[in-house]
Design a binder for this molecule. Sequence first.
Ligand SMILES: [Zn+2]
Length: 113
Amino acid sequence: MNELQAGKCSACGYIEYPLRDICRKCKSTSIEMITLPTNGTIYSYTVVRYPLKDLENPPYIIGLIELDNGVRLLSRISGDIDSVQIGKRVKLSEVTTELTDKMLPPFLFALNE
Ligand SMILES: [Zn+2]
């Protein structure tokens, strides 16, 4: 299932991923689960060109993605590193549990080519 579940505070509307029991903004414990949009825009990015221990082989893209509801997530981004740009559209392409013991987020967004 390629979707990400987040928590939305019923008191103040703040959305947080990953889901938490208590709202970071207003401390309410009234949190509802929502599904995040699967499309977004690259807010900022970097291309990792040097290997880090136990992480994937460079070069690869890490970006701050602004989802279509305004929530920002840090993610790996697959696609051509020469065509990545701020403002480009991306789509959630993979959600995995295999990477959760590593430092990278357990999901992958892909550049819309
Ligand atoms: Zn709140």
